[in-house]
Write a protein that binds this ligand. Sequence first.
Ligand code: NAD
Length: 338
Amino acid sequence: MKVLFYSIKNYERKILQEANKNRFHLTFKEEVLNLETAFLARGFEAISIFTNDNASEDILRILHSVGIKYITIRSTGYDNIDLIMAKELGITVSNVPDYSPESIAEHTVMLLLNLLKKNKMVQNQLAHQNFSLDNIIGETIHNKTIGIIGTGKIGSIVAKILSAFGANIIACDTVMNKTLEKNYNVKYVSLINMAYNSDIISIHTPLNEYTHYMINHDLMSRMKNNVLIINTARGSIVNTKEIIENLNKKNIGGYATDVYEFEKGIFFYNHSQSRIKDKMLTELMNMDNVIITPHQAFATKEALSRITEITFENLTSWYLRKEIKNKISDVEYKLMTI
Ligand code: NAD
């Protein structure tokens, strides 16, 4: 079977080739899947895409017209795929549901510790040989109330790690995790209640029509002054314009994020020569109390090897017409395609 891989980065080529073990005929493209590049899939039966590829309605129609029957995404999140249209067109879709939630959970805690210990300012000061402590007094996680939105695979690990630091964890989810309640003293509350009571809020829901702009003016107006917000989920769960306004007004004490609403075309690429033109991202990057990482939480050796392994499991199941364990094309609720 011929498989076209979109959005391939240098770090993936070797590991994918090795894991393939000559099973399939692989073609790697650095191009992102979009209206112009969808035609590259002519002659292939299956494609593999990543988070910044666009598999919205029009693009799926082109893929279908050139013969694509199967899409496997090399990530957990699939908010960039119009699943309803894929189903209508008879295109089967699968993802990598569980590759290394620890990678993202640990990254979340790293971001939080960096915010609390003002590490961005520390590094800026050190660059100017300023070793004074005046502006870099930190805070502990211990005894803080931390609100976790979404206690699925990643959020539940974050809750366990932070509970070991001695934080009081409150959580908000449509499904309550009994183990977290019983063994980690996690209390489930409403989103509004969480906003009022948390010193720190960490986001771990999928992006869908219910969570899009979940963190907005209204919710932020109910949060404690100086609350810290961490986002390792998806950029559009936070209204970026509104969080910048709240950071400027000093309602929000700090924001650390691995994802950005308009990251497509920016994150994952080297812009050191061309420079980025995105004003909101530049403004965020210039703030002392904002930490940005370029969607790298998943990028650990452990996660990459698991993503590759599961991608080939998905491809093999499809090729052998076996049941696909990680099939997502039957998901019933409507997911946003942004
Ligand atoms: P998951 O499906 O295991 O957990 C998500 C949880 O959110 C579930 O428990 C679900 O019930 C809950 N939820 C859904 N809608 C909700 C709502 N409106 N309010 C409250 N809770 C809600 O997902 P996961 O694997 O833990 O992934 C969490 C997020 O992390 C996703 O957005 C995913 O795309 C993102 N992610 C980011 C990276 C990265 O590199 N930064 C890597 C992997 C996943």
